[in-house]
Design a protein around this ligand. Sequence first.
Ligand code: 3HC
Length: 311
Amino acid sequence: EDAALAARFQAKVDAEEKIEPNDWMPEAYRKTLIRQIAQHAHSEIVGMLPEGNWITRAPSLKRKAALLAKVQDEGGHGLYLYAAAETLGVSREELFEMLISSRQKYSSIFNYPTLSWADIGVIGWLVDGAAIMNQIPLCRCSYGPYARAMIRVCKEESFHQRQGFEIMLTLSRGTPEQKAMAQDALNRWWWPVLMMFGPSDKESANTDATMRWKIKRFTNDELRQKFVDATIPQAQHLGLTLPDPDLKFNEETQHWEFGEIDWAEFKRVVAGDGPCNKQRIKQRKTAYEGGAWVREAATAYAEKRAARARG
Ligand code: 3HC
């Protein structure tokens, strides 16, 4: 690679200039962006499955409408992100193949089952809350199309988080059974949500490069800590307890210290051996195959229109 080109590229990144699709970029920059944006897109689409499971069973029309809107938003986020990945020279079909052949990942968090309505509250409150923590800095990512996709996503994500917290507030102020349901959901989701931020910094293979290239603006542990500090007071407001006996507030650092994450579980779920991995991939394949006729019809229609336009 021409060293001068690479130096000019890094100078642009250091000067906070956006890198656009037609700009020269190191192949490793392109590769890691395709990897991260594709996984982000896969996460949005797979994330529709655990939530979609409750659309027909929402406790009221209002809750059903809000959940329907949220799941639809996630589909849209996937679309923006696949479109951002395509600007780097990959096709959606290639990315889909990479997903179902496990050559690309999606967020571990979506491999857990949604067992009660309270899970939908916890997902909005904590999963989308963690996603917001992670996505706000991505609005300042050095790659233009990714940063611009994130600005729209973050606006919609805040509605997701608020509707989730409101579900938890309703349950925690409801009957003892409702409060117990909220506590049970928090107990099952708390640790998997902390794993959304990725491995610890010392284990993270990509952080050095993605920080240098200003794709990542904070490390995994920094964002995880920000999330814990912001979320504990919310759990206290709900009158719920966190399933971590080691939690304690450090007056000096003004941060919440928390227990050790089960990294064996993290590795197992990322490697495909979580509670719902097989079911999620199977559902994605079925949806893709089931939608083939729509893609074929749209392509045939577009070709007919193009032929008519040629006259
Ligand atoms: N689940 C699955 N894989 C994970 C993971 C998780 N929770 N955390 C890390 N990994 C993978 C990484 O992808 C990497 O594997 P790879 O090299 O094959 O891609 C490996 O574990 C090592 O992790 P690193 O920290 O080195 O990887 P990154 O630098 O990419 O950091 C990340 C991981 C913070 C998730 C980063 O990729 C990122 O910010 N991605 C974009 C945001 C995203 O994907 N969020 C998913 C949340 S779900 C969501 O946003 C939908 C919302 O609507 C709820």
